[in-house]
Design a protein around this ligand. Structure first.
Ligand code: UD1
Ligand code: CA
Length: 452
């Protein structure tokens, strides 16, 4: 049976942040969640997370993830000490994989390799050759065989030249792990119990230490500071963009798209530059997303176009919509098919019927708008009286002139017309024209002031 131990107790001092390192986000998801997700793909019997610094915060972030066993490491005395805490709840005959909460790009296919050889004896260790190995533990080999791991802080200049590094990830059986951990000492520069010292011990005991390589070095990147975090973010985004393009999505520049959640795309979707997608986003066939747009938790129907600089959060958009440029759709918006929402329009918690238009500079909130309604430029639904929110209802075919204020609660009947500039606070009957406007005057003896 497989158990996976994930180390996540460190503060991550080098992050210089109050947020525990393993909760720092990559692609909008905590580093530790990436690791847990890879672990899950191996279908282990147990996933044990060792938490310590900011432990409550870490656990709170995983509420509802009931497949995790939490082990608390009170003091962060090193990676070896951390694994030791977890080893108390593993069985001697388990196969164990150890993962680090700050190595988030690791893939389950690479991890599977570590289980490919018989784990009854010895240790399977995942290494990588890095262009810049500084900061990592180095793998010391003799005649090709792994002898030990020497931590960067304890390494001589000669050792520091070694480019093969310890990813931190290893596999062995529970019995051996428990035995080796009981012999760990902290006689090193940092006065920590290093997990890596068990390699040296295994070699001394004549046990095999087998090295495996990650399929790409990027996978084994450890994230210790904001510079590495940014590097990992870019690598991960590149991978996500590649997957979309492999599925037929046109991405104008794969270096200028950010996906912080799950995105599903139909066929012939086009995504322009500087677009950010968050949460669950579903784009239908032939959808076009203009440049500089932000789209979060939204569903966009076939053939719809989101023009540049639009901000869409929690909205459902039907087919053939034209949105923006500079439109803002807020949570609870549902647009039926063929709807047009133009520039500088904000819509919140409203239903807009088929083929209706809100083309310029309007605020629509808490409204139910029917089909074929035309909302003139600068129309505002006055939905808030300072204490409560009220509803505006506009029925099919109504025409609202420009610069109208609709003081809710109010209902505009079917095919009714509202004259421009009106403040409407009473219901309007079907097919009627309603105008609320002072009579226009002409001041005959008025003179334009002159500059003195
Ligand atoms: C560690 C390895 C190093 C390897 C590198 C790969 C050791 C001694 N060193 O160094 O060989 O090249 O990772 O990225 O293992 N943690 C705990 N409890 C502790 C200390 C750390 O849970 O007491 C956790 C941290 O939260 C982190 C992980 O273990 O997720 C690694 O700790 P970190 O301090 O980042 O180790 P590195 O110096 O990167
Ligand atoms: Ca690290």
């Amino acid at each position: 049976m497989l158990s996976i131990i994930i180390l996540a107790a460190g503060k991550g001092t080098r992050m210089k942040s109050d947020l525990p390192k393993v909760l720092q986000p990559m692609a909008g998801k905590a580093l530790l969640k990436h690791v847990v997700d890879s672990a899950r793909e191996l279908e282990p019997k147990k996933i044990i997370v060792v938490h310590g610094f900011g432990g409550d915060q870490v656990k709170a972030d995983f509420e509802g993830h009931n497949d995790i066993d939490w082990v608390h490491q009170k003091e962060q005395l090193g990676t070896g000490h951390a694994v030791k805490q977890a080893s108390e709840i593993i069985s001697a005959d388990d196969e164990i994989i150890i993962l680090y909460g700050d190595v988030p790009l690791i893939s389950s296919s690479t991890l599977k390799q570590l289980l490919s050889e018989n784990l009854k004896k010895g240790i399977n260790l995942l290494s990588a050759i890095l262009p810049d190995p500084s900061g990592y533990g180095r793998i010391v080999r003799k005649k090709g065989n792994i002898q030990a791991i020497i931590e960067d802080s304890d390494a001589s200049e000669e050792i520091k030249k070694i480019k093969e590094i310890n990813t931190g990830i290893m596999a062995c059986n529970g019995n051996l792990l428990k035995k080796l951990l009981s012999r760990l000492k902290n006689d090193n520069i940092k006065k920590e119990y290093y997990l890596t010292d068990i390699i040296d011990m295994a070699v001394t005991d004549g046990l095999p230490v087998r090295g495996f390589m990650a399929s790409t070095w990027e996978e084994s990147m450890g994230i210790n500071d904001k510079i590495e975090l940014a590097r990992a973010e870019r690598l991960f985004q590149k991978k996500l963009a590649k997957e979309l393009m492999q599925n037929g999505v046109t991405i104008m520049d794969p270096a200028r798209i950010d996906i912080r959640g799950d995105i599903k795309c139909g066929s012939d979707v086009l995504i322009d530059v500087n677009t950010v997608f968050e949460g669950k986003v579903n784009l239908g066939n032939n959808v076009k997303i203009g440049p500089n747009t932000y789209i979060c938790d939204a569903k966009i129907g076939d053939n719809s176009v989101i023009h540049a600089n639009s901000h869409i959060l929690g909205a459902e958009i039907g087919t053939n919509a034209q949105i923006g440029p500079f439109a803002r759709l807020r949570p609870g918006v549902e647009l039926q098919n063929n709807v047009k929402v133009g520039n500088f329009v904000e819509i919140k918690k409203s239903l807009i019927g088929t083929a209706s238009k809100v083309n310029h500079l309007s605020y629509i909130g808490d409204s139910e708008i029917g089909d074929n309604v035309n909302i003139g430029a600068g129309t505002i639904t006055c939905n808030y009286d300072g204490a409560n929110k009220h509803k505006t209802q506009i029925d099919d075919g109504a025409f609202i002139g420009s610069g109208v204020e609709l003081v809710a609660p109010v209902k505009i009947g079917k095919d009714a017309t509202i004259g421009a500039g009106s403040t409407i606070s009473m219901d309007v009957e079907d097919e009627k024209l309603s105008v609320e406007r002072a009579d226009q005057k002409m001041i005959n003896d008025w003179k334009r002031p002159k500059k003195s």
